[in-house]
Design a protein around this ligand. Structure first.
Ligand SMILES: NC(=O)c1ccc[n+]([C@@H]2O[C@H](COP(=O)([O-])OP(=O)(O)OC[C@H]3O[C@@H](n4cnc5c(N)ncnc54)[C@H](O)[C@@H]3O)[C@@H](O)[C@H]2O)c1
Ligand SMILES: O=C(O)[C@H](O)COP(=O)(O)O
Length: 387
């Protein structure tokens, strides 16, 4: 039996993926796993019983990844599961920044009691006129799940698309339209593009990537779209650029006091992934990842531990060990198991950065005594009997 806690509301369609062996708990001391969306976990103390955290979404900047790894807690996210929802918002954002649709709708509302509203509209509409996005240059920074979809869609909409991602995955590269111009220096995006959209994770290396200096390189009247994270942009510098018209519009999905009432901003309350489809997709993927980890010890889509798969646990015994990526660990595991007369039938060891993971199949069920001995080895962070 397993217990899970939800730190945010999680789609029922996803939670229905848990079998009767799972129950929901409100007590973190009883939970084996946590499901979360954007709730910040940085101030939380995570008890030893937590085995895994699944972020039903893409961004993991709300989770202390390194601390979790040190505690042997595997953190998952759900790559691509909400990408289409965000892509549609970005396209909507480009259109809203190009035509004053919001202003026009507000104007009609104000004139709701005017019986000549139709006639008046024909006189007034010129103040809401705009431009089309077809033929304009769009710069996409970050060509992952969302950036790639935005870039391809913009090609279909007749835009000239410039793509920048020095770490692009081979899988994503295969999915990109050949019409997208590969940009090797991000400054070329700043200098050339009429619209610039950000699709990178918030990391130390990306924080503030849109700075006063990068804004100065941009074309006059550029539109900046940020559906990634607010801290990617020096928003104080941006507000100055919006005041002067250097930046025509800032479309952002992250409401904060700096941008909420600022001139020429279109701010949405973090709605990118808030569609029934994205919420269901993310929850289904998150539940699947947790179940495979808890029931079989397999890891798929972890952001702090390596992927590892030994299939469904149909053997007599299986042990999962989360440990530091240092020398001599496997021989120590083998010594403990051999000393207890336990024969290893299969094993996998994988590493990611400073952390590693070992799954060991045994010809006899694992015992608590063995687990305690393995736990004593220096560098071992967590040991778990899967069977
Ligand atoms: N507004 C929303 O509701 C919403 C929804 C989903 C994701 N997001 C945000 O969008 C981000 C991207 O999501 P995704 O699903 O596309 O993630 P992803 O991991 O598929 O793609 C991120 C891409 O950024 C690239 N990258 C990393 N550093 C870079 C850099 N310095 N310059 C250029 N490219 C760089 C990576 O190589 C990767 O291809 C998430 O991290 C999250 O912060 C927001
Ligand atoms: O990183 C993400 O997946 C998005 O920012 C969505 O966040 P949410 O699940 O809180 O809507």
């Amino acid at each position: 039996m397993f217990q899970y806690q939800c730190l945010n509301p999680i789609s029922k369609v996803g939670l229905d993926g848990f079998t009767n062996d799972y129950t929901k708990t409100e007590e973190i001391e009883k939970a084996d796993a946590i499901l979360v969306r954007s709730a910040s976990m940085h101030e939380m103390k995570l008890p030893e019983n937590i085995q895994a955290i699944a972020r039903a979404g893409a961004g993991v900047n709300n989770i202390p990844l390194q601390d979790c790894a040190e505690q042997g807690i595997v953190v998952f996210n759900t790559p691509g599961a909400n990408a289409n929802g965000v892509k549609e918002m970005v396209i909507a954002g480009m259109l809203l920044a190009s035509r004053d649709i919001v202003g026009g709708v507000e104007w009609v509302k104000q004139e709701k009691d005017n019986e000549n509203v139709g006639k008046l509209a024909e006189k007034q509409k010129k103040q809401f006129a705009g431009c089309e996005i077809k033929g304009k240059k769009l710069g996409v920074i970050g060509l992952g799940a969302i950036g790639a979809m935005v870039a391809n869609t913009a090609i279909y909409l007749g835009m000239e698309v410039y793509g920048y991602d020095p770490y692009i995955s081979v899988d994503t590269a295969w999915k990109l339209s050949r019409e997208i111009k590969h940009i090797a220096n991000v400054e070329d995006i700043f200098k050339e593009c009429d619209y610039i959209t950000l699709h990178v994770p918030l990391l130390d290396s990306t924080k503030g990537m849109i700075s006063k200096d990068s804004i100065a390189m941009m074309k006059d009247g550029v539109v900046l779209l940020n559906f990634s994270r607010d801290l990617l942009v020096d928003e104080t510098a941006l507000i100055d650029a919006l005041e002067t018209g250097k930046v025509k519009k800032y479309v952002t999905d992250f409401a904060n006091p700096t941008v909420a009432g600022a001139k020429n901003t279109l701010v949405t309350p973090h709605l990118g992934a808030s569609t029934a489809e994205s919420e269901d997709n993310c929850a289904c993927m998150a539940v699947k990842e947790l179940r495979d980890y808890l029931e079989n010890g397999n890891i798929h889509n972890s952001v702090n531990y390596p992927n590892c798969d030994m299939g469904i646990c149909g053997v007599a015994g299986r042990i999962a060990i989360n440990h530091k990526n240092v020398v001599n660990m496997i021989s120590q595991f083998a010594t403990v198991l051999g000393g207890a007369g336990m024969n290893i039938s299969d094993m996998t060891n994988k590493s990611k950065g400073d952390y590693a993971y070992t799954l060991i199949d045994l010809e006899t069920p694992a015992t608590q005594e063995i687990i305690d001995k393995l736990d004593e080895i220096e560098g071992v962070l967590k040991v778990r009997i899967i069977k």
